[in-house]
Design a protein around this ligand. Structure first.
Ligand SMILES: Nc1ncnc2c1ncn2[C@@H]1O[C@H](COP(=O)(O)OP(=O)(O)O)[C@@H](O)[C@H]1O
Ligand SMILES: [Mg+2]
Length: 456
């Protein structure tokens, strides 16, 4: 088979790497890819945003499957266009991608199907939004731009004044462009955040292993948010019981909703959750893998990923055995360029990649890199992600940082506390109400048991 991976980040390097190991795979193409993907795929210089050129490429190369990494082309309709051209694609069409593209549409679906989420009001007029804010007595509140805002459209506001400023920034100053035509004002949820990853063809649900990223730039979860500074898997602080709740109250009802709405959702369902005292609540949906969560997940997946992607694209996921997972731990440390997530320097030559990759259990996924002659140089804020596998979290961490330390460029930095267990409540304390199913005994719920809906 010939597979085209769309995108150029660490997530796409990880996907191309995993797919290239499939015995079913003859060739992987990556558009546009990066110097890392070039080691496992043939890079084609077509931008991930150039939809007509991507469809043309898929046709002329006669690829058997297209795997779309980032959300932008999905929101713009790449999957729909490929399907119209008769090409199999892993990734939802625009109706499905609306779950990520529009926070209001996602909220509509959540409410319609009674999936637990923060209570919210919708506004398309800043005056009325501010009038509503003035009537509120409890703070903080959350103001959200409806559309895609590169992770910057959400304002957690402690006071009325802050919330007014947020509404003006989004709706009047249009800081996030058209994404700010409409807003949500929603209830502030207290708790720890968690993510849940599943693959679905819109009918069958395949829940992936647990994985946790670190969003903030500084150690101890301080400083501004980033695309993700590191990742670890599995996440043992989330109990079996809580997993069951997330599955039965969020994931299964979401697939049910997609099916009822006839959305034919074929791709990744990535749910952002708040673990509140009253149980898990959906904060947001994303319609693609997280980066760097994807890197950790593919490292731990022992089964062949390609048949799963293919069956998802065909709508035959019910015929697929759930994947087998490596029980060991993976830690992924993102190496970033000085200044990130603000402005940062580019074009610094990178050394030590081969020595680092040769260490036991280590695999390096490139993101913001570029070839300058025969030399790899930095070309982004998050430059690469060093992943390492270990028998426990500590060994995985040691290996990841040992490899990280062998890599050098001017201005390189990372967080040193990736995978250090956070000191929050245990999962048991969050799952207060009745457990729907008490049969679990293992520490980490196996995906084998989770291909649960529907059983036809
Ligand atoms: N209702 C809420 N209560 C508390 N925090 C929230 C709420 N909604 C969002 N947040 C915080 O804001 C962050 C970003 O919000 P999210 O909806 O995930 O948007 P995006 O990822 O598109 O920026 C969340 O990860 C969470 O920390
Ligand atoms: Mg988010």
């Amino acid at each position: 088979m010939k597979v085209l991976v769309v995108g150029s980040g660490g997530r796409e390097h990880a996907l191309a790497w995993k797919i290239s190991h499939s015995p079913l795979c003859d060739e992987v193409l990556c558009a546009p890819g990066n110097p890392g993907t070039a080691e496992v795929a043939r890079n084609v210089p077509v931008a991930a945003t150039d939809l007509p050129a991507l469809v043309q490429l898929a046709k002329s190369e006669e690829v058997d499957l297209v795997v779309v990494g980032p959300e932008d082309p999905l929101c713009d309709g790449l999957a729909d266009q490929l399907r119209e051209a008769g090409i199999l694609v892993f990734g939802p069409g625009t109706r499905g991608a609306n779950l990520e593209r529009s926070k209001i549409e996602a909220k509509d679906l959540l409410e319609r199907y009674r999936i637990p989420t923060a209570g919210a009001k919708r506004f398309d007029h800043s005056g009325r939004a501010k009038g509503y804010l003035e009537s509120l007595t409890e703070w903080p509140m959350v103001v959200k731009a409806d559309g895609l805002a590169a992770g910057k459209g959400v304002y957690v506001c402690d006071t009325l004044e802050e919330a007014r400023t947020a509404v003006d920034a989004i709706m009047e100053e249009r800081r996030h462009g058209a994404a700010g035509e409409r807003i949500l004002i929603e209830e502030f949820l207290k708790g720890e955040e968690a993510s849940s990853f599943a693959i679905t063809d819109g009918e069958t649900l395949l829940i992936l292993e647990t994985v946790q990223d670190h969003k903030q730039v500084e150690e101890g979860d301080r400083g501004p948010n980033t695309g993700g500074m590191g990742v670890y898997s599995p996440v043992s602080s989330v109990s079996n019981r809580l997993h069951r709740q997330i599955e039965q109250r969020v994931l299964v009802p979401t697939v049910h909703a997609l099916s009822r709405e006839e959305i034919k959702y074929r791709g990744v369902l990535f749910v952002g959750l708040m673990l509140t005292d009253a149980g898990p609540r959906v904060v947001e949906y994303n319609v693609r893998f997280g980066d760097p969560e994807c890197q950790a997940l593919v490292r731990r997946m022992k089964s062949d990923l390609l048949p799963i992607l293919l069956a998802t694209a065909k709508g035959t996921l019910d015929k697929i055995e759930p994947p087998e997972w490596d029980p060991r731990f993976v830690v992924g440390v993102v190496a970033a360029a000085a200044g990130y997530p603000g402005s940062y320097a580019k074009d610094a030559p990178i050394s030590g990649l081969q020595e680092a990759a040769a260490l036991e259990g280590v695999e390096i996924f490139q993101a913001g890199t570029r070839l300058e002659g025969s030399e790899i140089v930095t070309n982004g804020g998050r430059v690469l992600c060093v992943t390492a596998m270990g028998d426990d979290l500590e060994q995985a961490r040691e290996r990841a940082y040992a490899a990280y330390d062998l890599i050098a460029w001017e201005g390189k930095f990372c967080r040193r506390d990736i995978g250090v267990r956070h000191q929050g409540k245990s999962g048991e304390e969050y799952a207060l109400d009745e457990d729907p199913d008490e049969v679990q005994s293992e520490t980490h719920r196996k995906a084998q048991e989770s291909n649960v809906w529907p059983r036809t």
